[in-house]
Ligand binder design. Structure first.
Ligand code: NAD
Length: 299
C-alpha cells in the first residue's frame, strides 16, 4: 500500500478515532477542526494538527471531511477547492442530505477534482476499532483510490454506485432501522400488556419471521440481549438525536424524489416527540419508554 497524505477535517466523536486509525495505518495525516479542544485531543493522539484549513491542505493528496451536516461540508469544500493541488481526491464521510451531497460532487467536478461520498455505519465503537462499514458513491476510479484509506478505518467497504449513492444507502438503511426499532419496541409493549414475558417473545421472534437487527442486537428491553443498551440504562450506542437526524434526511430525500414513505415519516414524528421531550441523548432503543407511556405523536 502506498501511503497517502491526508488532510482530515472534523475531529469530533467519529473523526478523531478515524483520523487516528489512518495515522496508525501509515498514512501521514494533517488534522484540522474549528474547535480548540478537538485539535488539542487530536494532538494528544499523536496526529499532526494544523491551525487552519489552509495549513491542513498544504501538500494534501486527499481531503477527507467528517462534519455535522451538509452546510458544513459545502462550506469547507468551497473554501478548500481553490487551495487543493491538482489530482487531490475529496472524500466526505459525514452523513448529509442527498441534495448537499450532489452539490458537493458538482463543486468538485466543476473544479476538476474527483470526489466520493462515503458515509459510515458502526458508530463511535466502530470508529475506534476501525470496523466501520463505508457506503461509497462516485466514479470507480475515485473509489479505487479511496479504498486503501477506507480499509484503514473500516471492515466493510461497499461501492454503492454513482455520486450520492453512498448517502442514499445510508439513509435507506437507517430508515429501516428507525422503523424496525419502533416495531420491535411496540411488540414488547403489547407483550407486556398481554402478560407475555419479554424472554418468551424474544425466544420466538428472534428465530421467527420477526427477526431483525433491532431485536437481536439492540433489543429494547433489558435481559434477552445482554450487550444491548437497554441493559445499561439506555446509554448510547446510537443516540436518539442521531436517529432523528437520519430519519429527517430520509424524509427530505423522499419529498425531493417523490417517494412514498409513510412509516419513515411516522417514525420521524415519533422520534421527534421523544427528542423534544428530552430523550435525545438516550440510545434510540429507549423509544420503548415513550411507547409505554403513549404520546401525541404515537396515537
Ligand atoms: P461531532 O459533532 O462530534 O463532530 C463534528 C466536528 O466537526 C466537531 O468537532 C466540529 O467542531 C467540527 N466542525 C464543524 N464545522 C467545521 C468546520 N467548518 N471546519 C472544521 N471542523 C468543523 O459529530 P460526529 O458524531 O463525529 O459525527 C460526524 C458525522 O458522522 C455526522 O454527519 C454524523 O451524522 C455522522 N455519523 C455519526 C455517528 C455517531 O455515532 N456519532 C455514526 C455514523 C455517522
Amino acid at each position: 500500500m502506498s501511503p497517502h497524505r491526508v488532510a482530515f477535517i472534523g475531529l469530533g466523536h467519529m473523526g478523531r478515532p478515524m483520523a487516528r486509525n489512518l495515522h496508525a495505518a501509515g498514512h501521514p495525516v494533517t488534522a484540522f477542526d474549528l474547535s480548540d479542544a478537538a485539535r488539542a485531543e487530536a494532538q494528544s493522539d499523536g496526529l499532526a494538527v494544523a491551525g487552519s484549513l489552509e495549513d491542513a491542505l498544504r501538500d494534501a493528496e486527499v481531503m477527507l471531511t467528517m462534519l455535522p451536516a451538509g452546510k458544513h461540508v459545502l462550506s469547507v469544500w468551497r473554501e478548500a477547492l481553490p487551495q487543493l493541488k491538482p489530482g487531490t481526491l475529496l472524500i466526505d464521510c459525514s452523513t448529509i442530505d442527498t441534495v448537499s451531497a450532489s452539490a458537493a460532487h458538482d463543486l468538485a467536478r466543476d473544479a476538476g477534482f474527483a470526489s466520493l461520498d462515503a458515509p459510515v455505519s458502526g458508530g463511535t465503537k466502530g470508529a475506534d476499532a476501525g470496523t466501520l462499514t463505508f457506503m461509497a458513491g462516485g466514479e470507480p476510479e475515485a473509489f479505487a483510490r479511496a479504498r486503501p484509506l477506507l480499509e484503514a478505518m473500516g471492515a466493510r467497504i461497499v461501492h454503492c454506485g454513482a455520486a450520492g449513492a453512498g448517502q442514499a444507502a445510508k439513509i435507506c438503511n437507517n430508515m429501516i432501522l428507525g422503523v424496525s426499532m419502533i416495531a420491535v419496541a411496540e411488540a414488547f409493549v403489547l407483550a407486556e400488556r398481554l402478560g407475555l414475558s419479554a424472554q418468551a417473545l424474544f425466544d420466538v421472534a428472534s428465530t421467527s419471521s420477526g427477526q431483525c437487527w433491532s431485536l437481536t442486537s439492540y433489543c429494547p428491553v433489558p435481559g434477552p440481549v445482554p450487550a444491548s443498551p437497554a441493559n445499561n440504562d439506555y446509554r448510547p450506542g446510537f443516540a436518539a438525536s442521531l436517529m432523528l437526524k437520519d430519519l429527517g434526511l430520509a424524509r427530505d430525500a423522499a419529498q425531493a424524489s417523490g417517494a412514498t414513505t409513510p412509516l419513515g415519516q411516522h417514525a420521524h414524528a415519533i422520534y421527534e416527540a421523544f427528542v423534544d421531550a428530552g430523550g435525545g441523548e438516550a440510545d434510540f432503543s429507549a423509544i420503548i419508554r415513550r411507547l409505554r407511556e403513549g404520546g401525541t405523536a404515537v396515537g
